[in-house]
Design a protein around this ligand. Structure first.
Ligand code: FES
Length: 317
């Protein structure tokens, strides 16, 4: 954990605020791979993950972009309303759940809305590596597109395609046209609302193998209704057995039992609480595991996911 101080705030759009953070003790921050995020604990104590969106080689400061979410636990609202220059926040070390494939022949970065944040860091890194890439940025209009000015004046401006105000069908046609020319060895990275990423994944699947399509979530989106849950048992690899009632999560039950478990977002986004599954069938309700990992069934996000089998046997990492 690091104490950091806000040194600059920029209101990029009506709903997106950019914060520049430096270590309060004046030391350098850790380097991070493009696509990484940090858990930020804001002025009201709510912790949320935010993608790092500055140049990854800049260890003097981290940049995050915060979209105001009205229907949330208040973490983003506090960073909009209460975090000013001089405000001290706490952040975790950078973690990468979404990153560049080092062996890709070329990279297609496809962002919508606030989903630009991890892909902006990727663009910085790919440009620094002199790699082959294009960045596609979809938004309802230019005024709502964070970092539009920065991208237009960046050293890689010639690699950026803006798709503003096109509507769903025209956007799909534009993305389909560009993804159709991906060629062998291309990887596709997408970040944005769930429906947008589903659309990009479907379009990319026409030319790119599934394991070369990478997606990130910046908000929980529509998780399955936890109210439909039933009780099940969780057995630890140490032999202790806990009952998870319909109205509690695995994480809540383990914490109540004094079992040490790291959590952060508690919304199935960040991956902090993921446990190894040794036996039983998970009922995945998270957005942090990939489709492949969910199908393998040997991991579970304890903060939101449940069990289809009467008992899950899990191992604390
Ligand atoms: S705490 Fe973030 S996925 Fe569970």
């Amino acid at each position: 954990m690091f104490n950091v101080t806000v040194t600059e705030t920029v209101q990029e759009t009506d709903t997106i605020r950019v914060l520049r953070l430096v270590r309060s003790d004046g030391e350098a921050l850790p380097t991070y791979p493009a696509g990484a995020h940090v858990d930020v604990t804001g002025p009201t104590g709510v912790t949320r993950p935010y993608s790092l969106c500055g140049p990854p080689e800049d260890t003097g400061a981290y940049t995050i972009a915060v979209k105001r979410e009205e229907n949330s636990r208040g973490g983003s609202q506090a960073l909009h309303d209460k975090a000013a220059v001089g405000t001290e926040l706490t952040i975790g070390a950078p973690r990468r759940l979404f990153g560049l494939a080092p062996d890709a022949a070329r990279h297609h970065l496809v962002a919508a809305g606030i989903g630009i944040t991890p892909l902006l860091a990727m663009a910085y890194e790919l440009h620094a590596l002199d790699a082959e890439f294009r960045l596609h940025y979809v938004a309802r209009d230019r005024a709502g597109a964070a970092f539009a000015d920065l991208l237009e004046h960046s050293a890689f401006a010639g690699r950026v395609d803006f798709h503003f105000g096109l509507g769903r069908e025209a956007t799909a046609r534009a993305l389909a046209a560009t993804l159709a020319t991906s060629g062998e060895g291309a990887h596709v990275y997408t970040c944005g609302p769930q429906g947008f990423m589903d659309q990009v994944t479907t379009l990319a699947a026409r030319t790119v193998p599934e394991d070369r399509v990478h997606r990130e979530l910046f908000q929980a989106g529509d998780l399955p209704d936890a109210g439909a849950a039933t009780a099940f048992e969780v057995e630890l690899d140490t032999g202790e057995v806990y009952t998870v009632p319909p109205d509690k999560t695995i994480a809540e039950v383990l914490e109540a039992g004094g079992v040490p478990l790291d959590t952060s977002c508690r919304e199935g986004i960040c991956g902090t609480c993921v446990l190894r599954v040794l036996d039983g069938e998970p009922d995945h309700r998270d957005h942090c595991l990939s489709a492949k990992e969910k199908a393998a069934g040997d991991q579970i996000a304890a903060c939101v996911s449940r069990a289809k089998s009467p008992r899950l046997v899990v191992e604390l990492w």
